[in-house]
Design a protein around this ligand. Structure first.
Ligand code: COA
Ligand code: AMP
Length: 630
């Protein structure tokens, strides 16, 4: 069957579709029904089933004779370490860590925060939680102590598992002082921490609270898999919303297993045993779904790569990894390819390696610009598949499903809706927009298995963020259109979220940080177009009258404040002091107009603007930073 038939079959009977996909999972008690709409518009899938994620991702492959197959290949150009971990070894490591957690009182439903760099132990920690029904929440290493503290207070973890350090090109990022500061700041205190001591930096441990990973896991009784209900939360992953309080996206166990497993063959066209590489980070949803869970559930070999596309040591790193491990599919963010292309536009490094194992490149996380797609396709000679998804959905909403059928590619479009998603474009008044016309991108409820059922501790926020604007639909927060052939085009966010090097950040959260500076009276943060990272944040500051500090000093302090509060990942390097901010007569800051001015785009003078002359001042200020044609 081709894509059109499969999509139509799903639409005709979604429950039958997902019940069939569920057969690929090992159940403790199989599902008797797929959708649970008892509490609509909140939906769940496979509620009554009982299952264990770790069993499906690890143990069952050992039982089935794949024990000697590599589950994880760890390649770390920043430390020079390469390691291969078989499914049998992974099972032992996971069961030991899980055993240690159980000994210290962690049980089903307890939360565990994981704050780790790109090492295999990050996956071991996630799977150990899954093994005992603990709910993990992984926090990206590039976030500062304050962001970690916010997540500790919201998730209220019993334990935190962390690395002693991460390694960024040219510097070692000590995680333990950040962790200590976060625990100090948070109101909730974990019972204990487990620290993976890396030789690049040994952390100081507080006796009675901090345990070294090696001692913690040695000599303990290995833990067995604990069956959980289908709607048991597998994890919470915090993502940026419109305010400084991140949203805790919840992922239920059974739907996650069924949907991710389905995507591996149908979307990525890999078979068990194939090597699959998502070059992202476990701290992001791509890392959860496609570094850890999906490849392992499906019996693939996953690559854990601790490095960057360039500079570790050069723009040929990706190609070396593909050749060395026979990678069949590479998945990364377009920004990684822009970085490589900038260093090696002629693709000289590509010519040095045998890339015959590579069958396709998948891009997501931000808009894939046509230049990058053309360059990657020309140089690699494989299909380049743009696909669109979000932390909330956990896997792609729209894609070109190579395992079903290679659809014609339309550059600039992540192709078509996947089974499970009835994607529509609505105008402000909630009416469907005709083909080719821009509107809010929504998905008709219910969302498919594996997508978010709610937000952690915040059901009302879940409804107000996603369900209330268009009753009966999930609001994606993206705007775009669908063409006559059903191809989707993602044009912009409709909220304050920006995308910096594939990392999702909130300008609202950044404004909260700037507003906390004692000399800042008012501020705005916008995302301006950047050739490498897609977007970069830019701050506008109105200072308090009577401050004795110079504008330059205030800007420097604000840049530092952002790094301390949100972290280096915010990439907040530029701000400018202005007298006033452009606003509507009702006081709303005209951020969209400021973005257009910064990017040198034409814009219409907003009819509701309070004082048009301010836009000239903004343009002048932007020119001093090299924007607005300056
Ligand atoms: N721990 C600590 N710091 C981190 C970090 C981590 N895990 N990850 C990034 N940082 C720091 C970086 O060191 C950098 O700090 P600096 O300001 O001192 O230079 C800052 O955060 C910004 O990092 P990054 O966005 O990675 O930019 P970069 O300039 O170091 O590299 C790219 C640019 C394009 C090479 C890089 O962004 C990249 O490889 N992106 C791939 C995209 C990706 O994986 N997206 C995930 C979603 S699919
Ligand atoms: P995240 O939750 O970090 O995965 O970010 C999700 C957001 O990234 C989406 O809502 C989009 O705005 C953007 N995004 C992800 N993939 C794509 C894509 N293929 N094309 C355009 N935008 C994308």
């Amino acid at each position: 069957m081709g894509y059109a038939e499969i999509y139509a079959a799903w639409k005709a009977d979604p429950e039958a579709f997902w019940m069939e996909a569920a057969q690929a999972i090992d159940w403790v008690s199989p599902p008797t029904r797929a959708l649970n709409d008892d509490n609509a518009p909140l939906y769940e899938w496979f509620t009554e089933a009982r299952v264990n994620t770790c069993w499906n991702a690890v143990d069952r492959h050992v039982e089935a004779g794949r024990g000697d197959q590599a589950a994880i290949i760890y390649d770390s150009p920043v430390t020079g370490i390469k390691r291969r971990i078989t499914y049998a070894e992974l099972k032992d490591q996971v069961a030991s860590l899980a055993g240690g957690l159980v000994t210290k009182g962690v049980t089903k439903g307890d939360r565990v925060i994981i704050y780790m760099p790109m090492v295999p132990e990050a996956l071991v920690a996630m799977l150990a939680c899954a093994r005992i029904g603990a709910i993990h929440s992984v926090v990206f290493g590039g976030f500062a102590a304050n962001e970690l503290a916010v997540r500790i207070d919201d998730a209220a973890p019993k334990a935190i598992i962390a690395g002693s350090c991460g390694i960024e090109p040219g510097r070692i990022v000590e995680y333990k002082p950040l962790l200590d500061a976060a625990i100090e700041m948070a109101n909730h205190k974990p019972d204990f921490t487990v620290i993976l001591q890396r030789e690049q930096c040994l952390a100081n441990l507080t006796p009675g609270r901090d345990y070294a990973w090696n001692e913690f896991t040695s000599g303990v009784e290995p833990a067995d898999c604990v069956p959980v209900e289908g709607n048991h939360p597998a994890y919470i992953l915090y993502t940026s919303g419109t305010t400084g309080q991140p949203k805790g996206v919840v992922r239920h166990t059974a739907g996650h297993l069924v949907a991710l497993n389905w995507t591996m063959k149908n979307i990525y066209n890999v078979d068990p045993g194939d090597v699959y590489w998502a070059a992202s980070d476990v701290g992001w949803v791509v890392g959860h779904s496609y570094i850890c869970y999906a490849p392992l559930i499906h019996g693939n070999t996953t690559v854990v790569f601790e490095g960057k596309p360039i500079g570790t040591p050069d723009a040929g790193t990706f190609w070396r990894v593909i050749e060395e491990y026979n990678v069949k599919v590479l998945f990364t963010a377009p920004t990684a390819f822009r970085a490589i292309k900038r260093e090696d536009s002629r693709g000289e490094f590509i010519k040095k390696y045998d890339l015959s194992s590579l069958k396709a490149l998948y891009l997501a996380g931000e808009r894939a610009d046509p230049d990058t797609i053309h360059w990657a396709g020309d140089k690699l000679g494989v299909p380049v598949i743009d696909h669109w998804w979000q932390t909330e959905t956990g896997y792609s909403i729209a894609a070109n499903p190579l395992g079903i059928e290679a659809l014609p590619v339309k550059i600039g479009s992540p192709s078509v809706a996947m089974p499970g998603y009835d994607v529509q474009i609505l105008g402000d008044d909630g009416h469907p927009m005709p083909a080719g016309e821009l509107g809010a991108i929504v998905v008709k409820l219910p969302l498919p298995p594996g997508t978010l059922p709610t937000l952690w501790n915040a059901e009302d926020r879940f409804k107000s963020s996603y369900l209330n604007a268009f009753p009966g639909y999930y609001e994606t927060g993206d705007a775009g259109y669908i063409d006559e052939d059903g191809y989707l085009y993602i044009m912009a966010r409709t909220d304050d979220v920006i995308n910096v090097a594939g990392h999702r950040l909130s300008t609202g959260a950044m404004e909260e940080v700037l507003a906390a500076h004692p000399d800042v009276a008012e501020c705005a943060v916008i995302g301006v177009t950047d050739q490498l990272k897609g977007q970069l944040p830019l701050g506008f500051l109105c200072t308090n009258s009577g401050t004795s500090k110079s504008d330059a000093d205030i800007v420097t302090e604000c840049v530092k404040l952002m790094r301390d509060r949100i972290g280096p990942v915010a990439a907040f390097k530029h701000a400018v002091v202005v007298d006033r901010l452009p606003k509507t007569r009702s006081g709303k800051i005209l951020r969209g107009t400021m973005v257009k001015i910064a990017d040198g785009d034409t814009y219409k003078m907003p009819a509701t603007i309070d004082d048009p002359a301010i836009l000239d001042e903004i343009e002048e200020a932007l020119k001093t930073l090299g924007y607005a044609g300056g």
